[in-house]
Design a binder for this molecule. Structure first.
Ligand SMILES: NC(=O)c1ccc[n+]([C@@H]2O[C@H](COP(=O)([O-])OP(=O)(O)OC[C@H]3O[C@@H](n4cnc5c(N)ncnc54)[C@H](OP(=O)(O)O)[C@@H]3O)[C@@H](O)[C@H]2O)c1
Length: 309
């Protein structure tokens, strides 16, 4: 079995390494221009992927690199490791190569991109993952697996046959990661979305670490207002919640006090953030359900004024 992984960032490199470690074949797909620069930088027929594991070990894997434009293989297993705003275009760039039985596994944070892809690729089986694994790039094709976490995987907007379900489960269970399958992936995505809606945008606004959101009364009030709106939208959408969200958000701020959120880091680097698929998704759902979200709108407006998108 060969996996094709699109997106050679933190998640793409981490998962490619885990697939290779489990003895599977993997081809990492990058844009044509990046393929040329990587080939020049490595100047070798077989580039090396380096992973610094969270336990201190370093592993190196010879890998196969290609680009969607040059690929001629038929894809049976696709892992999509771009940011949410790039996911649909990335899968689209491979549309001609996807077999009808292709299993498409989406690793994106936030919501909306998974549903859009599931609608477009209804001949294939689309799965989404929600993960707490942590990784960052030290250099091109050199990833640091900063924290071991767990990953939930489940089908998006469809219920595959049991044989399809068992086949993918059997494959992913071979990886040296904690992976669990669920029929309620939407609920898992909402759990993460709810926390990200409260924390991520605010950390970009205040350009601060997660723990610093608890530093002042004003910040705590904004956290509470965002959290309250998420709870209302989630309830109106009929998605079961898991306990007191504000308590959970405070707990996450304390547990990850020294961390900068990915949104804060993207904003600092002048990159597009995934907020359109976090607070943006929430606002869109709220509109459909007739729920007011003034705190989320105020946050998005303030970020836009700072040129954070
Ligand atoms: N990193 C983590 O610890 C972590 C944890 C949990 C969840 N996630 C989620 O996982 C997803 C991926 O995150 P990440 O940290 O891996 O992001 P990342 O490091 O920015 O990597 C994304 C990669 O996708 C590539 N890409 C974008 N469009 C492409 C296309 N059309 N064809 C080929 N490559 C394309 C980008 O290439 P260019 O740079 O050339 O644009 C980049 O290398 C995000 O939704 C994130 O929220 C990440």
């Amino acid at each position: 079995m060969t996996w094709h992984i699109i997106g050679a960032g933190s998640m793409g490199c981490l998962w490619t390494a885990q697939l290779l470690k489990a003895g599977m074949k993997a081809t990492l797909l990058v844009r044509e221009q990046r393929l040329r620069s990587l080939n020049i930088a490595h100047n070798i027929a077989r580039p090396i992927l380096t992973v610094d594991e969270w336990d201190g070990a370093t592993h190196r894997y010879p890998i196969k690199l290609n680009s969607p434009e040059s690929l001629t293989d038929s894809i049976t297993h696709l892992l999509v490791c771009t940011k949410a705003q790039d996911a649909e275009a990335a899968v689209q760039s491979l549309a001609g190569q996807l077999s009808d039985q292709c299993q498409i596994l989406l690793m994106q944070n936030g919501m909306g991109s998974q549903q859009a892809i599931a609608r477009q690729f209804c001949s294939q089986t689309v799965w989404a993952a929600s993960t707490t694994e942590g990784a960052w790039m030290k250099d091109a094709l050199h990833v640091c697996h900063a924290g071991s976490g767990s990953t939930w995987v489940g089908p998006v907007d469809q219920e595959p046959d049991d044989s399809v379900w068992q086949a993918l489960k059997g494959v992913l269970e071979q990886l040296p990661l904690d992976i669990q399958f669920t029929h309620q992936i939407e609920q898992k995505l909402w759990d993460k979305l709810a926390i990200n809606c409260a924390i991520n945008g605010l950390t970009a606004l205040y350009d601060c670490r997660n723990g610093e959101l608890l530093n002042s009364k004003e910040r705590q009030q904004r956290l509470a207002a965002l959290t309250e709106e998420v709870t209302q939208v989630r309830q109106s959408a009929g998605v079961p919640g898991s306990g007191n969200l504000l308590e959970l958000v405070h707990q996450v701020c304390r547990d990850t006090a020294m961390n900068h959120s990915s949104t804060c880091m993207d904003a600092r680097r002048g990159r597009d953030t995934e907020l359109a698929f976090i607070n943006g998704y929430l606002i869109e759902q709220a509109e459909k359900l007739g729920v007011e979200t003034p705190a989320n709108r105020r946050l998005m407006k303030a970020l836009t004024e700072l040129n954070i998108r």
